[in-house]
Design a protein around this ligand. Structure first.
Ligand code: PGA
Length: 241
């Protein structure tokens, strides 16, 4: 794992964007694995800027998102479909048919998981996967205890994840209880992985990750089993290392 430490979130986001743009410039048909949450917003702002000012094009790029809540319609304000549209897709020249996010409204979520893993294999392999990290070490919605061999699956969100995401909903009761997430094994199929961690709230998780102890209790630790991972971190998140 390569570790790049930056003074602040803006610099970390700019560096992540530079790596994504380098990937797209190298291969205009790149497949990007994308994440939601607060962390990648700065990266996405930089990518939008890159389209406007640096002439980067996503016309032939495909994207595969990590996860989606079960039970939120695609156009719900807090669905990850909406998040991606508002924070990235609506502002770049990507073909929306080339963007993939799990369908949280599928009649059979289990069948949706099978369909989605097939997309990862058919459209992919993902050239570059972007990840955030939960305070508990989750990646995607792979909570502690997730099988390292997991493919796309249905998860029940743990209390800490629902509490942390409650800030986006009227109340915690409105936060969905389940999600479809790509699994640890699905994520590790990616050719390259960038994990971004920012802010003091992630300092414990970054310290745990960099202890190099691989454990089912800390899903991000499985990234040590991949040979091309870059951790992009700001000083606050690196402060306990
Ligand atoms: P955050 O979430 O980017 O909103 O901190 C990251 C995660 O939970 O994976």
């Amino acid at each position: 794992m390569k570790v790049l430490v930056f003074d602040n979130y803006d610099e970390a986001s700019a560096q992540a964007a530079q790596l994504v743009e380098a990937q797209v410039l190298e291969n205009a048909q790149s497949v990007l694995g994308l994440a939601t949450g607060s962390t990648p917003i700065g990266l996405y702002k930089n990518l939008i800027e890159g389209v406007k000012t640096r002439g980067v094009s996503y016309k032939n790029v495909s994207t595969i998102n990590l996860d989606e809540y079960i039970g939120l319609p695609t156009d719900h304000s807090e669905s990850y479909h909406t998040f991606m549209a508002e924070n990235l897709f609506n502002h770049i020249d990507i073909a929306i048919d080339n963007t993939y996010v799990p369908n949280g409204m599928a009649v059979s979520p289990e069948e949706e998981c099978v369909r989605y893993e097939e997309i990862i294999d058919r459209v992919g392999p993902i050239d570059l996967q972007i990840l955030g990290i939960g305070t508990n070490g989750h990646i995607g919605f792979n909570e502690p205890g997730t099988d390292p061999e997991s493919l796309t699956h249905v998860v029940e969100l743990v209390a800490s994840t629902r509490e942390s995401n409650a800030r986006f909903f009227p109340s915690i009761d409105d936060v969905p209880t389940h999600a479809v997430t790509t699994g640890i094994k699905s994520i590790l199929k990616s050719k390259k992985i960038i994990l971004i961690a920012s802010g003091a709230s992630k300092a414990e998780a970054v310290k745990q990750l960099l202890s190099k102890e691989i454990s089912q209790d800390f899903p991000a630790s499985y990234l040590w089993n991949h040979d091309d991972v870059t951790l992009i971190v700001d000083q606050d998140a690196y402060s306990l290392v």
